[in-house]
Design a binder for this molecule. Structure first.
Ligand code: PRX
Length: 635
C-alpha cells in the first residue's frame, strides 16, 4: 500500500477524525497524502487559489511524471503482478494478462513512437480507440512524454469527433481499423477519415490493427505495429510541472458545444489515487473491475490512473453486457474472481429486466464491494443489485462526481462508512459540500433539499475549459461566488448524508413548487406496463410550468386507463401537484451514448418545436427524434 496507514480510515470514527483534519488543515492533510508519491522535486506550497479568477494551483512548483508513479515504481516492487486483464468482446477469445513490467515496456515503446512522429510535450493527441489495452497504453504513452491526451469515446460520430479534434487543435489521432462490440463490427477508420476531412490541425494518424480489415492507409497514416519495430522500449519520463495539463476530456453542457475540461498532472494524480484506495477499499491482491469506457472520466480515473497508481489489477472489457447474453458481466466476475465491481445504474436496470437465471448460474462469491456511478440509482435497482449481485453482503458505494471534479466527491467508503440506498452519503476527505436554497442562501438545516455547492478546492478540480476560461468561470463559479457549482441538486438527511436529486436544470417549478423530475419518473416507472419515462417542464399559462411525461409502454393496449393509473400513482405517492399535464406514449427516448436521456430535446418538443434541436449526432438513437415528433403530430 502506498499510503501511510494513518491516512486510510478503517471505521466511522477514523473517517470522522480524518475528515475533520482534512477540512480544518487541508494543506497539511493533502501534503501528507501527496508525500506518498514519487516527486522529482517537492512542491513549495500546497495550494494557491482564487475562486474569482478562478485559478487553482496544487503542489505548486512540484515536478513529477504520473507514469513513474503508475509504472516505474511498481516495476521495482512487483514487476510480474498483472496490471491489466483484458477481456475481449468474444468470450471464446483469449484473455490477455499484462504485467507491470510488460505495461511499462509497451508504454515506453509507444511513447517513442509518438516522439518519432514529432509529438512533444504540450501537444494535444486525440485517441479514438475501442476498449483494448492499446487505449490505456496510448493514454499512458502521452503522459510519459508530456503530451496532452484527449480521448474521444469510440461511439461518437465523425461530426462529434472532428469538433473535438479541432477544438483542441490535436496534432495526431490514434485509432484502429475497427472495433468489435457485441455482435457488431464497427468501421472506426472510415469515421476517422470522414472527421479528418474537416480537421487541418492533424499531421499524423496511427492506426491499430484490431479487426484485420485489410484496409490500406492514406498518406501520413501509419500502422501501430510497424511503428513499434522502429523504436526501443527505453523512454525516460518527461518532467512535468504539477500544474502542467495531463489531459482534456469533453463533457456536454446545457448548450450545444462540448466543454473540454482540462486536468492537471499533480493534483489529479494525488486525488484519483487516494479516492480509489479509500472508496473501493482496494487491497493488494484484489481484482478490480470498472465496466465504464476509458472514453469517459470514470475510465480515466478508475480504470487507468487510480488503479495503476495503487499498483492494482484492473480489468478492461471490450464488449457489452448483453453479448453473448445478459449474463456476460457475471460470467466475467466469476472467471476473474472479481473483488470490486463498479458500474452504472443504467446497466443495472437493463440487466434487472431479464430472468435471474443469467445471474444465478455464476459464482459471485468473490465480490466484496459494489459501486455505482453516473446517475441517481433508484431504490428498486439498488435492491436488485444488493440482493442478486452482492447477496446482501457487499457494501454498495454510490459515487457522486463529474468529469469536472476528476475524482469521486461524495460516496460511502466501503467497509468504513455506511451506505444508504439512493444516497451517495458522505463527502470524501477534503471535500466540503454545502447546500443553497432557491434564493441562493446557504443553509445548515438537514432533511431539506437544496442546490449543491463545494466550498473549498480539492486537488483534482478541472483547471479550465480548453480555450474558454470565461465559460469555465461562468458555468461553475458565477452562480455562487466563492463556491464551485456542479449543477446538481441534493438533499441532506439528519445524519449528514447527501442524496443527489438530479441536475438542477431538471427541476421544474410548477405553481411555485420545486419538483425534481427523477422521483416522479421513478413512480411512473413503477407502473407494471411502463418500461421507462422522462419528464420535462414546459411553459404553462397559469402554473408557470407544467410537466410533460414521455412514456415507453410494454404493451400498447388501454392507453387511457394507463394515463389514469399513472396519475393516481403520482397523486398517491407525491401529491396531485406532481401529476404531469400531458402524458405522451413514445416508442423510445433520445439517449446519449452513456445512457443519459437528452432532456434538452424533449423539452423543445414539449414546447412545440419541430426542428432546431442542435447537434443530435452524438445521440445513441438520433432517429428517435423524428419518431417522437410523428407521435406528437398525430395527437
Ligand atoms: O448529475 C450528476 C450525475 O452525473 C453528472 C456528471 O456527469 P459526467 O460528468 O458525465 O460524469 C459521470 C461520471 C462521474 C453529475 O453532475 N451523477 C454522477 N454520479 C452520480 C450522479 N447523480 C447521482 N448519483 C451519482 N452517484
Amino acid at each position: 500500500m502506498i499510503f501511510d496507514k494513518q491516512l486510510i480510515p478503517k471505521n466511522i470514527d477514523d473517517y470522522n477524525s480524518l475528515y475533520n483534519h482534512s477540512i480544518t488543515n487541508p494543506e497539511e492533510f493533502w501534503s501528507q497524502v501527496a508525500d506518498s508519491f514519487l516527486w522529482k522535486k517537492k512542491w513549495s506550497k500546497v495550494l494557491k487559489y482564487d475562486f474569482s479568477t478562478p485559478k487553482f494551483e496544487w503542489f505548486v512548483d512540484g515536478k513529477l511524471n504520473i507514469t513513474e508513479n503508475c509504472l516505474d515504481r511498481y516495476v521495482e516492487i512487483h514487476p510480474e503482478k498483472t496490471a491489466i486483464i483484458f477481456e475481449p468482446n468474444y468470450p471464446e477469445n483469449e484473455t490477455i494478462y499484462i504485467s507491470y513490467k510488460e505495461l511499462h515496456s509497451k508504454v515506453c515503446s509507444f511513447a517513442n513512437v509518438l516522439k518519432n512522429n514529432n509529438i512533444k510535450k504540450g501537444d494535444r493527441v486525440c485517441i479514438y480507440l475501442p476498449m483494448v489495452p492499446e487505449l490505456a497504453i496510448a493514454v499512458l504513452a502521452c503522459a510519459r512524454i508530456g503530451a496532452v491526451h484527449s480521448v474521444v469515446f469510440a461511439g461518437f460520430s465523425s461530426t462529434a469527433l472532428s469538433a473535438r479534434i479541432n477544438d483542441a487543435s490535436c496534432k495526431m489521432i490514434i485509432t484502429s481499423d475497427g472495433s468489435f462490440r457485441g455482435n457488431k463490427i464497427i468501421d472506426l477508420k472510415s469515421i476517422v477519415d470522414e472527421a479528418l476531412n474537416d480537421c487541418d490541425c492533424v499531421d499524423s494518424v496511427i492506426v491499430l490493427n484490431r479487426i484485420n480489415s485489410n484496409i490500406s492507409l492514406n498518406n501520413n497514416e501509419k500502422w501501430w505495429h510497424e511503428e513499434l519495430t522502429k523504436v526501443s522500449d527505453d523512454c525516460p519520463a518527461e518532467i512535468m510541472d504539477s500544474e502542467d495539463s495531463l489531459f482534456i476530456l469533453y463533457t456536454s453542457g446545457s448548450t450545444g458545444k462540448p466543454k473540454g475540461m482540462v486536468h492537471s498532472s499533480g493534483g489529479y494524480m494525488v486525488y484519483s489515487s487516494y479516492s480509489f484506495k479509500n472508496v473501493f477499499n482496494y487491497n493488494d491482491n484484489d481484482i478490480y473491475w470498472c465496466t465504464a469506457d476509458i472514453g469517459w472520466i470514470t475510465g480515466h480515473s478508475y480504470i487507468v490512473y487510480g488503479p495503476l497508481l495503487n499498483g492494482a489489477t484492473s480489468i478492461m472489457f471490450e464488449g457489452v453486457p448483453s453479448y453473448p447474453d445478459f449474463g456476460r458481466f457475471w460470467q466475467i466476475c466469476e472467471k476473474h474472481k472479481v473483488n470490486q465491481f463498479y458500474t452504472a445504474p443504467t446497466a443495472i436496470r437493463a440487466l434487472a429486466k431479464h430472468p435471474l437465471d443469467f445471474v444465478e448460474k455464476y459464482d459471485l462469491s468473490s465480490l466484496k464491494v459494489l459501486g455505482t456511478v453516473g446517475e441517481p440509482i433508484n431504490e428498486e435497482a439498488w435492491n436488485w443489485y444488493n440482493e442478486n449481485i452482492g447477496k446482501d453482503k457487499c457494501p454498495i458505494v454510490d459515487t457522486w462526481w463529474q468529469t469536472e471534479t476528476g475524482g469521486i466527491m461524495i460516496t460511502s467508503l466501503a467497509n468504513v462508512t455506511k451506505g444508504k440506498p439512493t444516497f451517495a452519503t458522505k463527502p470524501m476527505m477534503g471535500i466540503q459540500p454545502v447546500l443553497f436554497d432557491e434564493n441562493g442562501s446557504l443553509f445548515n438545516e438537514n432533511n431539506k433539499n437544496g442546490i449543491l455547492g463545494i466550498k473549498y478546492p480539492w486537488p483534482s478540480i478541472a483547471r479550465t475549459i480548453y480555450g474558454d476560461h470565461e465559460r469555465y468561470k461562468n458555468v461553475y463559479f458565477s452562480a455562487y461566488p466563492g463556491y464551485y457549482f456542479p449543477g446538481d441538486g441534493a438533499y441532506r438527511d439528519d445524519e449528514g448524508n447527501y442524496r443527489i436529486t438530479g441536475r438542477v436544470d431538471d427541476v421544474v417549478i410548477v405553481s411555485g413548487h420545486n419538483l425534481g423530475t427523477a422521483p416522479i419518473e421513478d413512480i411512473i416507472n413503477m407502473h407494471p406496463n411502463v418500461i421507462e419515462s422522462a419528464l420535462v417542464g414546459y411553459p404553462h399559462d397559469i402554473k408557470g410550468n407544467a410537466l410533460y411525461a414521455y412514456v415507453i409502454l410494454k404493451n400498447q393496449s388501454k392507453k387511457d386507463d394507463i394515463r389514469t393509473e399513472i396519475n393516481q400513482l403520482i397523486s398517491k405517492t407525491i401529491g396531485p401537484i406532481a401529476k404531469p399535464d400531458k402524458i405522451q406514449f413514445v416508442p423510445g427516448l433520445p439517449k446519449t451514448r452513456s445512457g443519459k436521456i437528452m432532456r434538452r430535446i424533449l423539452r423543445k418538443i414539449a414546447c412545440g418545436e419541430k426542428s432546431e434541436f442542435g447537434d443530435i449526432s452524438t445521440l445513441l438513437n438520433p432517429e428517435i427524434v423524428d419518431e417522437i415528433l410523428k407521435v406528437f403530430k398525430n395527437l
